[in-house]
Design a binder for this molecule. Structure first.
Ligand code: HEM
Length: 126
């Protein structure tokens, strides 16, 4: 488990509907921790892999080995992976699974999807 998840977040058991992975759900609240794109960019390795999807920041380090789509995840380490995630045709389940990895959210001025007047997409996760 990554140090961020281990140190700062309570965890709850993965419900049966999400058992793609053995990783417990994060109970992080999106706006609670603001993380800039600059900070995300530091986490671009196998040992610490963060990415941004729909303006939220996910620590997928522990998921790299488990991702059904394989190593392609690492190509987005430290970057915005929204288009790749959306373009790969992920299921609703995969969308829900994002919650497992949530660690924070971009500052308002760096958001694309979750800001007033921003681009509206159909299946933005809650
Ligand atoms: C935290 C982020 C991600 C999660 C939680 C996730 C989760 C999943 C899950 C659960 C599947 C199985 C099929 C499904 O239920 O949709 C899947 C498949 C796949 N994912 Fe991801 N994914 C993530 C990010 C990405 C990214 C950034 C890419 C970049 C292209 C990607 C590419 C793929 C591909 C190509 C497959 C299909 C594999 C196949 O059918 O053989 N995923 N992913």
């Amino acid at each position: 488990m990554s140090s961020v998840l281990a140190s700062s977040m309570p965890i709850i058991e993965q419900p049966a509907s999400l058992r793609y992975s053995s990783i417990p759900l994060s109970t992080a609240v999106p706006g609670e921790r603001i993380i800039t794109l600059e900070e995300v960019a530091y986490h671009d390795t196998w040992d610490s892999c963060w990415m941004v999807i729909y303006d939220r920041v996910y620590d997928v380090t522990d998921f790299l080995d488990e991702h059904p789509g394989g190593d392609v995840l690492l190509e987005y380490a430290g970057r915005d992976a929204t288009c790749a995630f959306r373009g790969s045709g992920h299921s609703a389940l995969a969308l829900k699974q994002l919650q497992s990895f949530l660690i924070g959210e971009l500052p308002a001025e760096q958001r694309i999807f979750r800001k007033s007047g921003g681009y509206k997409i159909s299946n933005l996760p809650d």
